[in-house]
Design a protein around this ligand. Structure first.
Ligand code: IP8
Length: 246
């Protein structure tokens, strides 16, 4: 386990949910991810897990946005929070069932309108537990702020001082124009296939993820955007497509 002795792992909403079917979990993918993370933690790897909104938070936010003429008033936050909490409980439970000492933190109580507080996460991480947090929503003034898990995973990595940031998605990496995963993408490059899918995504999809990945690489983390096979390779000390370089 030479390369990543500690890692912040973002389980993408596209990986753990069926993004175009509201409130539907991809159980096989979630259980497989949980097994890999349990193996890593059992080998002594320090770990924080963040997950995305998929067909829970994104679908709910999009539905409420349509209801309110394109914007999200502060009164929309509770329903999005409830949707995310449902998913978060399932993710944390799957991790615990696989043997991970997962401890769930509700993002909307850790975060304020100006930023998030990572001390409770550091406390649990220092005790050998695996903090779990997730993309979420909170009421700020008169509107709802969506906090992306892609951002949280970078901030959590910084505050815990882990070595690697791994974004796990439902593809084997960032794809080239032939649909093959690119081995490396350098910060600022514009890969060809970033187009969003038909499923709702209120935080900017793959393009926004890549921007956060670039920031993490520029701040000195070893960063990957990869699939479940890639996650296993990276956490085993190897490398996998797509490595994001500064
Ligand atoms: O899927 C978004 O988190 P992400 C969470 O990590 C919500 O961007 C509430 C849509």
């Amino acid at each position: 386990m030479a390369r990543c002795r500690s890692a912040a792992v973002k389980l993408g909403g596209s990986l753990i949910t069926v993004k175009d079917r509201p409130y539907t979990i991809r159980w096989e993918a979630l259980r497989e991810a949980s097994r890999i993370l349990a193996w890593y933690a059992s080998k002594g790897g320090g770990l924080v897990v963040v997950h995305g909104g998929g067909s829970f938070g994104h679908a709910e936010a999009e539905r409420l946005q349509a209801l309110h003429g394109g914007s999200l008033p502060g009164s929309a936050a509770p329903r999005i929070q409830a949707a995310m909490l449902r998913l978060a409980v399932e993710v944390a439970s799957a991790l615990v069932d696989a043997g991970v000492g997962a401890t769930l933190h509700t993002t909307h109580t850790l975060c304020g309108c100006g930023g998030c507080e990572y001390a409770p996460i550091s406390r649990d991480y220092s005790s050998g537990l695996v903090p779990v947090l997730y993309g979420d929503a909170l009421a700020c003034g008169g509107s709802t702020l969506i906090v992306s898990g892609d951002r949280l995973v970078v901030e959590a990595a910084e505050s815990l001082g882990v070595e690697c940031v791994v974004y796990v998605i439902d593809k084997p990496g960032i794809l080239d124009s032939n649909g093959k995963p690119l081995a490396v993408v350098r910060a600022g490059e514009e890969p060809p296939l970033l187009g969003g899918g038909a499923a709702p995504d209120v935080t900017g999809g793959l393009r926004a993820k890549l921007e956060w990945a670039y920031r993490a690489a520029l701040r000195g983390f070893e960063v990957y955007i990869t699939g479940l096979d890639g996650l296993l390779k990276v956490l085993s000390g190897g490398t996998a497509p797509t490595r994001i370089e500064a």
